[in-house]
Write a protein that binds this ligand. Structure first.
Ligand code: BG6
Length: 469
């Protein structure tokens, strides 16, 4: 079986992780520009001031993407580049950059797939309460509408937010992303609710413009499975899926929050300030959402947490995705299992978990259109005789593409696959050592680009529409 002709083979990036040029051409300061410079917050103090200089080298990068045969490039727009203080004047130079980027893609026949929010919030808004402040919702809708109007004649695929659970939980529960707050479930749930309202309002504005493209949201997709069939672990996995899947998918797809979670957060006093108008608006907007993007890296293996057990602060690895973390409400714990495979950063490699998760999603939400908006292997790639021989990445992507193919066979509505990432880039908290790209960036040699083995491999996969997978 080959992948259908309207299935998009792509690869992705995010503005802060690739662009650099953090203070050029009228760009405002983002929360990440500030946060990454607080000592101890990022791996070896790395930041996105230069990143991989995509801002100045996008032509060279897109030329390479075209050589690879890439059908679509998922990238994000930096909000402070478009509106420096988040809510004021539009910066013409910011629009110009993305116009050039989009046009360059289109000149090569590469479909631009645009994310509006991949975590870089204008600092002025962060200081006013960030996503816990409903004024940020209004500002986002203004920014999103400016993007639709400026780019919507050529951009027909829009993602409002990337991974609400990650920027809200790391921002308000783990203190590891801006604004760096720990253990504040009340603010965490408020921020997530405000994001869902912002998403729904952006969808409404987009539809009003009648640009006839599609719009959706991207969630991280980490389905939870119990480590065994003990009832308490099965309950723990159910609880994990309610809090980390249903809380994020239900308001967008069903227009209502999962009762299981609502009941519990009400008892704890963590219920957001949500108005009846907002709740009915979510219900109204849900059917207008066109698709869901899934960022899949790994499943969660879950056990019930023993409340009497010692559980000190989670390690940096656990905060950034490795198992070994107690849930913020103390109900379950993610664990590493002897019989599973893991990356060098401790993330499980599980194409089976991917396929099982896709089936779980279909059972819960029916025939919703899906794009895999991120999937890939973070590795320190081996270099032999000057060549980057990232065989492990090829194996990883091949196995996950097989799962996608099987999903399509089973009638799961999958319309595209975006490898993370198109080019080596800055990992938010893990620096430049954790590589994901098809294109290598030489940090010791003026950020020179070089094709990896996976570049040639993915090129063949695309040319053959995955016939050999
Ligand atoms: C996803 C993000 O959560 O994971 C990306 O959308 C990120 O921006 C990717 O780079 C990999 O995470 P990490 O920590 O390995 O860089």
């Amino acid at each position: 079986m080959r992948f259908p002709h309207d299935f998009l083979f792509g690869a992705a990036s995010a503005a802060y992780q690739v662009e650099g040029a953090w203070n050029e051409d009228g760009k405002g300061v983002s929360n990440w520009d500030v946060f990454s410079k607080i000592p101890g917050k990022t791996f070896e103090g790395t930041n996105g001031d230069v990143a991989v200089d995509h801002y100045h080298r996008y032509k060279e990068d897109i030329k390479l993407m075209a050589e690879m045969g890439l059908e679509s490039y998922r990238f994000s727009v930096s909000w402070p580049r478009i509106i420096s203080d988040g809510n004021g004047e539009i910066n013409p130079k910011g629009l110009e950059f993305y116009n050039h980027l989009i046009n360059e893609c289109l000149d090569y026949g590469i479909v631009p797939f645009v994310t509006l929010y991949h975590w870089d919030l204008p600092q002025v808004l962060e200081e006013a309460g960030g996503w816990t402040n409903k004024k940020t919702v209004d500002a986002f809708v203004k920014y999103a509408t400016a993007c639709f109007k400026a780019f919507g004649d050529r951009v027909k695929h829009w993602i409002t937010f990337n991974e609400t659970i990650v920027f809200c939980s790391l921002g308000y529960l783990d203190g590891a992303h801006p604004p760096g707050i720990s253990n504040d479930p009340k603010r965490y749930f408020q921020a997530t609710h405000n994001v869902f309202v912002a998403h729904a309002r952006a969808v409404e504005e987009y539809k009003k413009l009648k640009q006839y493209g599609e719009i959706g949201i991207t969630h991280v997709f980490s389905p939870a499975f119990p480590v065994d069939d003990k009832p308490e672990n099965e309950e723990a996995a159910y609880h994990a899926n309610q809090y980390s899947l249903a809380w994020f998918y239900d308001p967008v797809l069903k227009g209502a929050y999962p009762e299981y979670v609502v009941r519990r957060i009400r008892e704890k006093g963590w219920e957001p300030d949500w108005t009846p108008e907002e709740l009915s608006f979510l219900k109204w907007a849900a059917p207008k959402n066109d698709f869901i993007g899934l960022n899949y890296y790994q499943p969660q293996r879950v056990i019930k947490h023993d409340p009497d057990a010692e559980s000190g602060p989670a390690s940096r690895e656990a905060v950034t995705g490795a198992p070994g973390k107690v849930s913020f409400d103390g109900v379950y714990k993610t664990v590493r299992m002897e019989d599973k495979k893991y990356t060098k950063w401790g993330w499980e490699i599980s194409p089976e978990g991917f396929l099982d998760g896709l089936r779980m999603l279909k059972a819960a939400y029916g025939d919703i259109k899906l794009y895999i908006t991120e999937n890939g292997l973070g590795d320190q790639d081996p270099i032999e005789n000057g060549e980057i021989v990232d065989v492990a990445r090829i194996q990883y992507i091949e196995e996950h593409l097989k799962a996608v193919k099987q999903g399509i066979r089973e009638g799961i509505h999958l319309k595209g696959y975006y490898a993370w990432s198109v080019i080596d880039l800055l990992s938010w908290l893990n620096g430049f050592k954790k590589q994901y790209g098809f294109i290598y960036v030489d940090q010791q040699n003026h950020l020179a680009r070089k094709k990896k083995l996976s570049f040639t491999w993915y090129k063949q996969v695309i040319a053959n529409r995955g016939g050999d997978i």
